[in-house]
Design a protein around this ligand. Structure first.
Ligand code: SF4
Ligand code: SF4
Length: 365
């Protein structure tokens, strides 16, 4: 092999090219999943994955990259910050919106361009650059798009540690970043894992509105608002609706309270700039979108994948939660009018949520 004996130098170059491509950090793990494989199997056996059948559908391919892509010897894991560069005092702003019942809360990661495409295309460019240097090698790139246990391998590579909220936490950057992987058949030198710095902290566990963090690194996805608003396509169980508050796409609460996010870094990637004022929109602004507007406004956004029906379902619940709080008469009437207008053309599933929402005006907190 042309670069034999020069692998360490090659890795230094890979890391430098990754930074040029907008990645904040890149590290390398071997393909042994260790204890993470057993944890995954137990988690699946408890049905904590809900309707995310793709999580169970790949058998051990999910935990063994060399079964997913035969010949794989290393997992290159890279992270890319997503916190918008416009986000001044982002923590205070997010917390203020948490208590504003009329604010529409869209998870921070989803306010810009679809990260899957951004990360995949940049990893592809990185692979091209690597091939220019050493010639052809076997690889595949992924960004939350295939059955790779990305947090487990990222933590093995030392990109951070798996926090109690199950997210990757980095000592210098918190958790507000995306992760992408390149599986390669190259025997690159691996990086060391880092130790956990969660310590006695349990802020994420205590802050979770639905009690979805049921143990250290153990999430019951069926209770998680990210799952309920994005992955779950059906009728949201009534017991979760009041707990969802004004979260209409995902949930950031277990990240907002994490002390390591005081180190969260702003992104340099324009693709992640906020679109359609999703950091400041009200529930009424977004509920007013027609299906055509939804499709136009979410073009190239991760939000599009939930579809208009689930979008209306989620906002209807949040509007119901707003109606339960003490609103002035005018605002209460405006919301009820919007709900009843939307009901005229809504599917059976959305109608059920709208009816629930309208009934909340009789159940004020
Ligand atoms: S995303 Fe929200 S609901 Fe899910 S575990 Fe974190 S705090 Fe709980
Ligand atoms: S909030 Fe505390 S326990 Fe949770 S991930 Fe952050 S440091 Fe760990």
């Amino acid at each position: 092999m042309k670069f034999e004996g020069q692998l360490t130098d090659f890795v230094v170059k890979i890391k430098s090219w990754a930074r040029e491509l907008g990645f904040s950090e890149l590290r390398i793990a071997d393909v042994d999943p260790g204890i993470a494989e057993i944890r995954l199997q137990k988690w699946l056996a408890c049905h904590f994955h809900g309707e995310m059948n793709y999580m169970a559908g790949h058998g051990t391919k999910r935990s063994r990259p060399d079964e997913l892509v035969p010949g794989t010897r290393r997992v290159i894991v890279a992270r890319m910050n997503y916190l918008s560069s416009d986000a001044l005092d982002w923590k205070d702003t997010e917390q203020a919106r948490m208590s504003d019942v009329l604010a529409a809360r869209v998870s921070m990661y989803a306010r810009g361009r679809d990260y899957h495409r951004v990360i995949r295309s940049r990893l592809q460019k990185l692979a091209d650059r690597m091939q220019e240097e050493i010639g052809s090698f076997g690889y595949r790139v992924f960004a939350d798009s295939a059955p790779v246990m990305e947090v487990a391998f990222a933590s093995k590579a030392g990109l951070g540690w798996q926090g109690k909220n199950n997210l990757l936490i980095n000592r210098n950057a918190g958790s507000l970043f995306f992760i992408g992987e390149m599986l390669v058949d190259l025997p690159l030198p691996v990086d060391e894992a880092v130790t956990s710095h969660c310590g006695q902290c349990r802020r994420c566990i205590d802050a979770c509105p639905t009690g979805a963090i049921i143990g250290d690194k153990l999430i019951d996805a069926r209770k998680c608002i990210s799952y309920l608003t994005i992955e779950f396509k059906g009728v949201i169980p009534i017991e979760f609706r009041p707990l969802m508050g004004n979260r209409i796409y995902g949930c950031d609460d277990c990240q907002l309270v994490c002390p390591w996010n005081k180190f969260a870094e702003k992104t340099h990637i324009d693709d992640f700039s906020v679109r359609h004022e999703l950091d400041s929109a009200t529930l009424c602004d977004l509920f007013a979108w027609t299906e055509k507007e939804f499709l136009n406004n979410t073009e190239g956004s991760p939000i599009r994948r939930i579809g208009y029906e689930c979008w209306c379902r989620n906002i209807a619940i949040a509007l119901g939660n707003a109606l339960r709080s003490k609103l002035d008469d005018e605002t209460g009437k405006q919301i009820l009018n919007m709900l009843s207008e939307k009901r005229k053309h809504a599917s059976e599933m959305v109608t059920e949520h709208i009816d629930w929402a309208m009934n909340q005006s009789n159940e004020s907190d």
